[in-house]
Unconditional design. Structure first.
Length: 221
């Protein structure tokens, strides 16, 4: 029985045809859902999302054009649409990039598709759809890394406080990522990354990136 007043409209984007077929079959066989569009790359996913305005976009992380890039664009254009990543990747880089992009869920393709129904309904009810094996990593990132640095800089005058984006850039910089690597992970242009780094350097009055990273590491020590 459909618990919703109408079927939930779902867009599925995946360049792996067997997965696309399996997920479409699983959802189309349930009256709770209406698969309103399918796509095989990021550009198609964004175009179909803007055209169809689905309730849920189910995106493959590593499809051509990047599912994470598609998530950024869809989240910006359609803030009421729920975005769930369905992927083979359990890599932290993909997980946190997806969450930063606005994803409401991150599911692995190894999951039993019979559980997909409840996960998607939960997302539309305000729940986060993240597999249990990944939840601990999210909590570890939140509890173990950010608070001590935030506590230090949070006591500074407002003019010195970092934005969320600056925090993301600085954390990756401290991991010795290059400008190009940071840009790719955060779906920014290299010039935008350089602007964020320059802004942080001005706020904390450091001369170069090395000094900025050293300040970051001392704050976390």
């Amino acid at each position: 029985m459909n618990p919703m007043s109408r079927p939930l409209r779902v867009l599925i984007a995946d360049d792996h045809k067997p997965t696309l077929d399996d997920v479409s079959w699983a959802l189309e066989g349930d009256e709770t859902f209406d698969v309103c569009a399918v796509a095989v790359d990021a550009a198609q996913a964004v175009q179909a999302a803007v055209r169809e305005r689905p309730d849920i976009c189910l995106l493959d992380v590593r499809m051509p054009g990047s599912g994470i890039a598609a998530a950024w664009e869809i989240a910006a254009r359609l803030p009421d649409t729920k975005i769930v990543m369905l992927t083979v990747s359990d890599d932290d880089t993909d997980l946190f990039a997806a969450l930063r992009a606005g994803a409401d869920g991150y599911l692995l393709k190894t999951m039993n598709l019979e559980r997909l129904r409840d996960a998607l309904i939960g997302v539309c009810s305000g729940e986060a759809a993240i597999q249990r094996t990944l939840v601990a990593r999210v909590l570890d990132r939140f509890h173990g890394r950010e608070p001590r640095w935030r506590q230090l800089v949070g006591s500074q005058p407002s003019g010195r406080r970092m934005t969320s984006r600056e925090w993301q850039v600085l954390e990756l910089l401290a991991q010795q990522r290059s400008t190009a690597q940071i840009a790719k992970e955060l779906v920014l242009s290299p010039s935008a990354v350089r602007v964020h780094i320059s802004s942080i350097m001005r706020k904390y009055e450091v001369a170069d990136r090395a000094a900025l990273v050293e300040l970051f590491r001392r704050a976390r020590a």
